[in-house]
Design a protein around this ligand. Sequence first.
Ligand code: DX5
Ligand code: ZN
Length: 214
Amino acid sequence: MIAPSILSADFARLAEAAQSVKGADWLHVDVMDGHFVPNLTIGLPVVKAILASTEIPVDCHLMIDDPDRWAVGYAEAGAHNVTVHVEAAADPVKLANDIRAAGAKAGLSIKPKTPFEPYVELLSHYDTLLVMSVEPGFGGQEFMVDVLDKVRRARAMVDAGELRVLVEIDGGINADTIEQAAAAGVDCFVAGSAVYGADDPAKAVGVLRDLARS
Ligand code: DX5
Ligand code: ZN
């Protein structure tokens, strides 16, 4: 699966950005609060406008403090997937239950230096494990190849039936890096600059998907 990240799109034309990636599996929307990460993007009102402008399932990545307070609102608004950071959540089990009760899939994200193993039990309440392959906050950063080890370990546990999540990767995914991420066992690839920096974003999605399958 390919999930274009609108962080690299023209924020004055978000509806067009959503429509320009027909064929994408998810539309990845980065919510940043200027506290959990040193950048500020958009919040619920703008996400609601995006939801109203596209049929593509919206994948909300909340890089915010206190997701326990805010995440459910995104699920209630109609996001397909609401992902919170384990480093920020106070009660991640309750949070996953609340997100699911509001009708969305629940995702748990980990920063590049955070291992997932301490959270395996917790992950039984989640649908997606989002592995960050850059320090969260900005698009266009270099892929951190070291995280692939973690992806391989997660993939092995999923294949062994010890972990039931979809493995998503976010940061620095492009035509040069996607094949190694696919080989490590990623299910869903977020790509911002590689899609919206291309002349034809829809074509870029197709190219990435073909490379991931090859
Ligand atoms: C970064 C965001 C990413 C970002 C990825 O903190 O979570 O979703 O948009 O951008 P690229 O693909 O350009 O690294
Ligand atoms: Zn993201």
